[in-house]
Design a protein around this ligand. Structure first.
Ligand SMILES: Cc1cc2nc3c(=O)[nH]c(=O)nc-3n(C[C@H](O)[C@H](O)[C@H](O)COP(=O)(O)OP(=O)(O)OC[C@H]3O[C@@H](n4cnc5c(N)ncnc54)[C@H](O)[C@@H]3O)c2cc1C
Length: 399
């Protein structure tokens, strides 16, 4: 394969690396440009439904992923005010029998390293760290980019996997700032031995209630504890100091169940981000450039599927490029057709869950709690099947 056919991927996150592996597996040469000084992820936990294993199987990395992941026995939703368990989704044997693969929780760094190792073993993939792309030009038959330090690269096509604040989305779609929710997230990882709160240590637990939620789960075979607090605040976009963050957390969770107070006391006051998403759009490509993952369709994290969708995208796009045999317009259109409804559903359902399920108070909370009381395992599995049954790849390449 001549380097004239090489494809540029901007962004070495989970979506970009999956696309690189998917293309290399089909014999394509790729160069991945990552803006950070090193390839690797920021360290916190991430959840995946069984749907990602359809992609991991194809890439031959499922065993390596399972070796670094935990498989919780259940996903629990608790009322943040009373501590009552509202929903229990069993993720043990019956879940595995229904969805073929497990639900996993994993340290993002560990998953990233599995993908990076696979990329490094593949001679068709060149990884270029410290390459922050600042500008680009689509010349019709090739795409050229320039990095912040003045280097230039070019490729037959470009995959923009540059995440939530995508430079390429701004140019191709131009829909401005993300839609900010008015919520901020703060997260922490601590040794399990330091956890003092009386909470389930082996499950994924979501506490949901008026204007706030908390998520926690174990990592690294139960040796670490991942904790995220998300809450509505008028200061979501502002930077504060530790004392103001501490006071705000205390006030926000004042009426929450006492157990959550012990959790909130463990929150690291350094990491705080505003939470936003994107509305679905129909087209993610122009000429020889295509967006994937968060750059194309960033959701809220209610379904814990943003990275899952980026991974599914990466493999799907690699297959449509392979099948189109050099016709990038056709490959990118097919990719959009195959991925639009599924990713838009994740965006829209995540918004609905955020507003009408996670964060409700008053009568809405009474209705939520009464409604979910009738949900049994069979019903929950049916509700989740559109997502967890995975994405059918066969149609991507006609086989
Ligand atoms: C609090 C929170 C919890 C979440 N939990 C989950 C979860 O449990 N499960 C789940 O599936 N999803 C979760 N998500 C969503 C998930 O993090 C994202 O959807 C996912 O990371 C998107 O992957 P990506 O590859 O598209 O982009 P990213 O992971 O953002 O990767 C983009 C990469 O591009 C690089 N980059 C950016 N700009 C440039 C440039 N100009 N030049 C070169 N490189 C560039 C960045 O450095 C980065 O490495 C969560 C999100 C949040 C905020």
């Amino acid at each position: 394969m001549s380097t004239d056919d090489q494809i540029l991927i901007v962004g070495g996150g989970l979506g970009g690396l999956t696309a690189a592996l998917g293309l290399a597996r089909r014999g394509r040469s790729v160069r991945v440009l990552e803006g950070a000084p090193e390839f690797g992820a920021i360290g916190y936990g991430i959840q995946f439904g069984p749907n990602v294993f359809h992609a991991f199987d194809r890439l031959g990395i499922s065993d390596q992923v399972l070796a670094v992941a935990d498989t919780p026995p259940a996903l629990l939703m608790l009322d943040v005010l009373t501590g009552k368990v509202l929903v229990r989704i069993p993720t043990g044997a019956s879940f595995r029998a229904r969805f073929k693969y497990p639900y996993i929780i994993v340290h993002r760094i560990d998953l990233h390293n599995v993908l990076l190792d696979a990329c490094r073993r593949n001679g068709a993939i060149e990884l270029v760290p410290d390459a922050m792309v600042k500008s680009f030009e689509d010349g019709g038959d090739r795409v050229a980019v320039t990095t912040a330090d003045g280097r230039s690269f070019s490729g037959a096509a470009l995959i923009a996997a540059d995440g939530f604040r995508s430079l390429f989305r701004a140019a191709l779609i131009g829909d401005g700032e993300p839609r900010w929710t008015g919520y901020a997230a703060m997260r922490t990882i601590l040794p399990m031995a330091e956890l003092e709160a009386d909470v389930p240590r082996d499950c994924v637990v979501l506490w949901g209630g008026p204007g706030c939620h908390i998520v926690h789960y174990p990592l690294r075979h139960g040796s670490e504890f991942n904790l995220v607090a998300v809450f509505r605040t008028s200061t979501y976009a502002e930077k504060g100091d530790a004392a103001s963050y501490r006071a705000e957390l205390k006030e926000t969770y004042r009426d929450a169940h006492p157990t959550t107070h012990a959790l909130i006391a463990m929150i690291d006051l350094q990491w705080r981000r505003p939470i936003g998403d994107r509305a679905p759009v129909r087209h993610w490509h122009k000429g020889r450039i295509v967006l994937l993952g968060d750059a194309a369709h960033a959701p809220l994290q209610s379904l814990a599927q943003g990275a899952g969708m980026a991974i599914e995208d990466g493999l799907c796009l690699a297959e449509t490029i392979h099948a189109a045999n050099g016709d990038y317009g056709q490959a990118f259109r097919r990719f959009e057709q195959l991925r639009l409804v599924r990713t838009a559903r994740v965006q829209l359902e995540s918004r609905a869950m955020w507003d009408f399920f996670y964060h409700v108070g008053g009568i809405e909370r009474d209705v939520r709690n009464a409604t979910v009381a009738g949900w049994d395992e069979a019903y929950l599995f049916d509700c989740l099947s559109w997502l967890y049954d995975g994405f059918e790849l066969k149609s991507a390449n006609g086989r």
